[in-house]
Design a protein around this ligand. Structure first.
Ligand code: SF4
Length: 247
C-alpha cells in the first residue's frame, strides 16, 4: 500500500489517508510537489507552499495492517483517500474495504479521474477536473482529458455519489474555462455539485492567487449551468477541534 501520512479529524470523525504514487499527470499547480503534510496541521500552509523547495518522496509507506492499527479505538464515520493520485495505489480499494468492514465508514475518494480503481467500497468520488479544453488541459497537466471526462460519466452512470472540483488559476485556468467545465458537468447532470478553489501561490510557478472577487465571479458563471456551486478562497477559518497526526 502507498499510504505515507494519516490524519484524524475528531470534530468530523474523519480519517484522512494520504497516498503517494507516481502520478499520471504533472499539474503545474500541484501542491503535493512542495508540501507532503496535511494542510489542516499547518497554520502557515499558504506561506509554506509559496516558499518550500520541491518535496522528496516519503521515506516510509504503511502496510494495510499498520494503517488499520492506527484506526483502533477511534470513532470514525468517514474515511478519505487523498494525495498523489490514490486511484493508482493498488492498496486503496483494500483499505476502503477494511475501513467499511471494521468501522462502517462512508468512504470518499479524491481523484484526477484519469484511471479508475475498483470503487466497490467507495461511496463518493470527488473528481478534480482541471479543464475541459483539450489544449488547456494538456498545457496544465501534460495529459489528455478524454479519459477523465469519460470516467466522470462512467462513475455517474454507476450511480455512485459524485462531486467535481476545479482550481481557478489566473493565467492558466481562467473563469471562462470554469464555465466550460460547469457546462460539461451539466451535460452529465446539473445536480452534480462543483467546488471552485482559488489557486494559492506555489513556489516555482509564475501564477498568482485570484482575489476573492475573482473566485466569486467564476462561481457566478458556473452557477448559470449547475444547481450547486461552492467556492473557497483559501482564507476560510478552521472550525472544530485541531486535527491529530496519526502517522
Ligand atoms: S493530479 Fe493531483 S497529484 Fe497528480 S500532479 Fe495533478 S495535482 Fe498533483
Amino acid at each position: 500500500m502507498h499510504v505515507y501520512h494519516v490524519v484524524y479529524e475528531p470534530t468530523f470523525k474523519s480519517i484522512i489517508f494520504h497516498h503517494w504514487t507516481e502520478c499520471n499527470l504533472k499539474c503545474l499547480g500541484c501542491y503535493c510537489k512542495v508540501e507532503k503534510l496535511d494542510f489542516s496541521l499547518l497554520p502557515d500552509w499558504q506561506m509554506r507552499v509559496s516558499t518550500n523547495p520541491p518535496e522528496k518522496p516519503p521515506e516510509r509507506l504503511l502496510s494495510l495492517d499498520e494503517a488499520m492499527a492506527l484506526t483502533e479505538n477511534l470513532a470514525i464515520e468517514r474515511a478519505i483517500s487523498i494525495g498523489v493520485e490514490p486511484s493508482l495505489d493498488p492498496g486503496m480499494p483494500l483499505l476502503a474495504r477494511e475501513m467499511k468492514s471494521r468501522h462502517h465508514t462512508y468512504n470518499i475518494l479524491f481523484t484526477n479521474g484519469v484511471a479508475l480503481a475498483d470503487l466497490s467500497s467507495i461511496d463518493e468520488v470527488i473528481f478534480s477536473l482541471k479543464a475541459v479544453t483539450p489544449e488547456l488541459y494538456r498545457n496544465y497537466t501534460g495529459g489528455d482529458n478524454r479519459k477523465s471526462m469519460a470516467n466522470f460519466r462512467r462513475v455517474y452512470d454507476s450511480g455512485k455519489k459524485l462531486q467535481a472540483e476545479i482550481t481557478l488559476v489566473p493565467g492558466a485556468i481562467e473563469a471562462n474555462e470554469i464555465e466550460k467545465v460547469a457546462e460539461f458537468i451539466a451535460s452529465v447532470d446539473n445536480n452534480i455539485p462543483l467546488r471552485i478553489t482559488g489557486f494559492i501561490q506555489l513556489s516555482g510557478q509564475p501564477f498568482r492567487a485570484p482575489t476573492g472577487a475573482e473566485v466569486e465571479a467564476a462561481a457566478a458563471l458556473a452557477k448559470k449551468h449547475l444547481k450547486t456551486v461552492n467556492y473557497l478562497s483559501g482564507e476560510m477559518p478552521r472550525v472544530g477541534t485541531p486535527p491529530i497526526r496519526l502517522f
